[in-house]
Design a protein around this ligand. Structure first.
Ligand code: RWZ
Length: 412
């Protein structure tokens, strides 16, 4: 009993659904509550434990962006009429969000299809939110829709063109989420505006932080860290879907072919040995696909790790424990995912996952607070740095090893 009571005391907040009372009174809120659980395994719980004055706003924000994502993601529904997809993405905030009876058919699958078929319910709840939150949700939806439309036109079959395009894509689909969340926290009086600040990474719209002390640099880095981790992890899944986000300027350094799929070449598995990389006339030109794929992977891991100091800085500035957990859980899970992906050949043949037990320990750390969260970040950075020092990872001896070591040192 005491143990149960202690656990409830410690984790009670995490198991709360602060949308419940509103859901009992309003069927549209009930729909949002239910939909959130169905479309998002990872975000439903952390959103529902937010304080009452934030919970519904963030839930609507999530569902609106998820609907936009469903349109962007559907590679079948708009085949041959990519123009319609572009217009849908661009008009979403203006047209769909203000339409009480909005219903989109034939786009998305399963629960996501249900969400956009009944999107009117989300629009109606949106209309009931305070003006401050509405303004932010509308603004971010417009910007993200326009950003996604840009990339519909660009063929992403072989990834983003260069580092700038990679960073820009991640800003559009994830950095803007960080910006929107930050503005909602502040608008609803849950956090003060010290969380709006330039980090180490320059926020694309704030080249001169001295002139704009309140900006979204830290928030953008948080979003980029999550998005880049997902892009790294989902290499194979995205590639077989005909989509790719790994920047060409990075992966082309690690293969002489013009195909990102080279890293997943079936001949590289089977016997458990990676095939040698053959150039013209069957001449061996590379050390083998495995080594090169892993070096490329590790370079992208270094790029993502460089965002961690900004992310920890943002977390350190948060005041409200429920907001802290909401932000810290995705960040610490991303760090664990990234360290699991690091130098891992399984990434090119299947799915990389973190163990259930570790997940539980990491979530507990976010309840304990910044001390515990920072400890885990340091721990994972240390393990990674050790592998570089021992030379047991691809690229350890070269510039990528140096970059990894430097990024880890900034976290340790
Ligand atoms: C967390 C309130 C699905 C909204 C955005 C996000 C659509 C897809 C890009 C809603 C973590 C994976 C969710 C990086 C932000 N853009 N991926 C709230 C949403 C990572 C979250 C998902 C992005 C996003």
């Amino acid at each position: 009993f005491e143990v149960a009571a202690a656990l409830r005391f410690k984790f009670g907040g995490l198991l709360e659904n602060n949308m419940k009372s509103a859901a009992q009174e309003n069927p549209d809120v009930a729909f949002c509550d239910d939909m959130l659980t169905k479309v998002s395994r990872s975000f439903a719980a952390v959103i529902k434990q937010l304080p009452a004055g934030l919970c519904l706003d963030i839930c609507v924000f999530y569902l609106v962006l998820r609907a936009l994502d469903t349109v962007e993601d559907d590679m079948e529904a708009y085949k041959g009429r990519e123009h319609d997809k572009e217009s849908e993405l661009r008009a979403f905030g203006d047209k769909r969000l203000s339409d009480d009876n909005c219903s989109i058919h034939g786009v998305g699958a399963a629960d996501e299809a249900t969400l956009i078929q009944n999107f009117g319910a989300v629009s109606r709840v949106y209309k009931s939110l305070p003006e401050g939150s509405r303004e932010v949700i509308r603004d971010i939806t417009d910007k993200m829709g326009a950003g996604m439309a840009e990339y519909v036109a660009a063929d992403l079959g072989q990834g983003t063109v260069d580092q700038a395009a990679y960073d820009r894509y991640c800003h559009m689909v994830a950095g803007l989420v960080g910006e929107g969340l930050t503005r909602i926290f502040v608008a609803r009086g849950m956090e003060n505006d010290t969380i709006m600040a330039q980090g180490e990474r320059v926020w694309p719209f704030c080249p001169d932080p001295a002139k704009e002390p309140l900006n979204m640099g830290l928030a953008n880095s948080m979003g980029l860290f999550l998005q880049k981790t997902n892009i790294i992890r989902d290499y194979l899944e995205d590639y077989v879907d005909g989509r790719a986000f790994w920047p060409q300027s990075v992966w082309k350094k690690h293969t002489t072919t013009n195909d990102l799929g080279e890293f997943a070449r079936p001949t590289a598995h089977g016997a458990g040995v990676w095939a040698p990389l053959e150039g013209a006339g069957g001449k061996v030109v590379g050390k083998g696909v495995g080594e090169q794929a892993l070096t490329c992977l590790n370079e992208l891991v270094a790029d993502a790790l460089e965002l961690v100091p900004d992310s920890l800085e943002y977390l350190a500035r948060l005041r409200e424990p429920a907001v802290y957990r909401f932000c810290a859980i995705p960040q610490i899970m991303a760090m664990a995912t990234l360290s699991e992906c690091f130098n891992n050949p399984k990434l090119f043949t299947g799915v990389v996952k973190i163990r259930k037990g570790l997940t539980a320990r990491l979530i507990i750390a976010t309840v304990d607070g910044p001390g515990a969260v920072n400890w885990w970040f340091r721990q994972m950075a240390r393990e990674l740095a050790k592998s570089v020092r021992n030379g047991t990872c691809a690229g350890a001896a070269g510039p990528i090893g140096a970059r990894l070591a430097a990024a880890c040192a900034r976290i340790e």
